[in-house]
Design a protein. Structure first.
Ligand SMILES: Cc1cc2nc3c(=O)[nH]c(=O)nc-3n(C[C@H](O)[C@H](O)[C@H](O)COP(=O)(O)OP(=O)(O)OC[C@H]3O[C@@H](n4cnc5c(N)ncnc54)[C@H](O)[C@@H]3O)c2cc1C
Length: 444
């Protein structure tokens, strides 16, 4: 079984045989310590973890001419992390923090650039509808964001929404406000992963899957990275290990929450009504919670309207919280979680979509598909990007809190700038990893 990447050694930390080593049973294979094993290869930068953030970073580094190695513990198409799947929403209507807007503007440019390079459609700007109570949790901050960073959007009443998007059936008696962003929509996620991987390889990066990194050592001038397959060396190490960064972050007093999330697809009686183009992507706050979705497109394996719940109740947290990234491999509780989430989603759908849209004559809504993915929630819901405390040669990017995919090419630029020792991009300071580092054990 793979072990977690758990600890950092600095050049001036206690010796590598100190008690912070994970215990090994007598039978466990004795892996050579970094430094004692021959160096298999040298690179300008090593990226550990090849979800969307790692792949985008390998692409960016290799396009800048850096000899780049990417290491992934599973195969590149695995479904245990955060990034796999057919679609992810892209939007400027940011309720989480206004400062995401300039970053997402940059991301749109970079997604277009990736599309051009790959010759693939990665972005569908079918529009994005953000709706909720006038005094709720998402619309007021989106309107405040728009004041600070104006973006193209239109305010619609529930009646106007229902007229323009016939799949939607907003209750007219509630104090709902909708923000329609015509330039928002969704990204083709799996396709994007392929595009980043192909581009990275075409630019000379080496991407090795089934290479679980279990240890690294920072020394003057270099970092040694040890996987089961060998030891690699580079002057800079980037950790894009998603939920698997949890034990490392704990060392710095940053506690992330790992959550298993379920998403569902539903067919419609009149499939035209839920097609991209007729229906936008959406995020809707109801008294029952915050739900999001992506319209149907005949371009991905799952058919129908995708719907998921973004926020959490105490019951959801209890059933869906994972102790480690690895727990996604354990199927326990998925049925219980489905039993809890499906009725929530279906109650939401009955109230906010046109009557009979998804269920036809039947009383029960039956999803046509379901998928399981992982959220890595940072303590304040904002990303964690930066040098790890006490190190100038190791950076991490994680804690994307269920809204990071759209930013992958921007995160890649931030990380590549760190590898090249360039000054930080203005405007991304609010995401610095060390903002949350408490009484950290920095390895010193
Ligand atoms: C249900 C769901 C819906 C979402 N919807 C949206 C959305 O609509 N819009 C949006 O922008 N974002 C969305 N997101 C968020 C987005 O998908 C994530 O922010 C993003 O995928 C995070 O990617 P990552 O590369 O950080 O993590 P991951 O994809 O988990 O990648 C981490 C990788 O590191 C590897 N790894 C870990 N440890 C090691 C090791 N020791 N050695 C080697 N490899 C290792 C793992 O195997 C994994 O492949 C959603 C997420 C989920 C779960």
């Amino acid at each position: 079984m793979a072990q977690y990447l758990r600890f950092v050694e600095m050049a001036d930390s206690p010796s590598s045989s100190d008690s912070s080593d994970p215990p090994q049973s007598e039978d466990a294979p004795r892996l050579p310590r970094p430094g004692s094993a021959p160096i298999r290869d040298r690179y300008d930068a090593i990226v550990v973890g090849l979800g969307v953030m790692g792949l985008a970073t390998c692409r960016e580094l290799s396009r800048r001419g850096l000899r780049t190695l990417g290491l992934e513990q599973y195969d590149l198409h695995h479904d245990q992390g955060c990034s796999h799947g057919s679609t992810r929403i892209i939007r400027r209507a940011y309720s989480e923090h206004p400062s995401y807007v300039p970053l997402v503007e940059r991301a749109f440019d970079l997604w277009r650039d990736t599309e051009e390079e790959s010759g693939q459609t990665l972005l569908n700007t079918c529009g994005m509808l953000t709706a909720g109570p006038a005094k709720g949790r998402i619309v007021p901050p989106v309107l405040a964001t728009r004041e600070k960073y104006p973006f193209d959007c239109e305010l619609l009443t529930p009646g106007e929404v229902n007229e323009r998007f016939p799949a939607i059936g907003f209750p007219l008696d509630k104090d709902l406000v909708a923000v329609h962003e015509p330039g928002g929509g969704y990204l083709y996620a799996d396709r994007a992963l392929e595009a980043f991987a192909s581009s990275a390889r075409a630019n000379g990066a080496t991407l090795l899957d089934c290479h679980h990194v279990r240890h690294w050592t920072e020394e003057p001038g270099r970092v040694l990275v040890e996987s089961e397959e060998g030891t690699f060396e580079a002057p800079f190490l980037i950790l894009t290990t998603g939920p698997w960064a949890k034990p490392l972050l704990s060392q710095f007093g940053i506690e992330v929450t790992l959550l298993r999330k379920l998403v569902f697809w539903y067919l419609a009686e009149n499939e035209q009504l839920i097609r991209a183009g007729t229906m936008p992507s959406f995020a809707i706050e109801s008294p029952r919670g915050i739900y999001y979705g992506v319209p149907d497109n005949h371009d991905t394996p799952e058919e129908g309207l995708k719907i998921g719940r973004h926020d959490n109740t105490p019951e959801l947290l209890e059933i869906a919280t994972l102790d480690s990234g690895e727990e996604m491999r354990v199927e326990r509780w998925i049925d219980d979680q489905e039993d809890l989430v499906r009725p929530m989603i279906e109650a939401f759908a009955r109230e906010y979509f046109a009557p009979g849209l998804l269920c036809g004559e039947s009383r029960e809504l039956v999803p046509s598909d379901m998928a399981v993915r992982q959220y890595c929630l940072s303590p304040d819901g904002h990303f964690l990007i930066g040098h790890i405390p006490g190190s100038s040669r190791i950076a991490a990017a994680t804690g994307f809190s269920g809204h990071g995919f759209k930013f992958a090419p921007v995160v890649a630029e931030l990380l590549a700038d760190m590898a090249e020792n360039k000054p930080p991009t203005p405007g991304a300071d609010f995401l610095r990893l060390d903002r949350l580092a408490g009484s950290a054990r920095t390895g010193r």
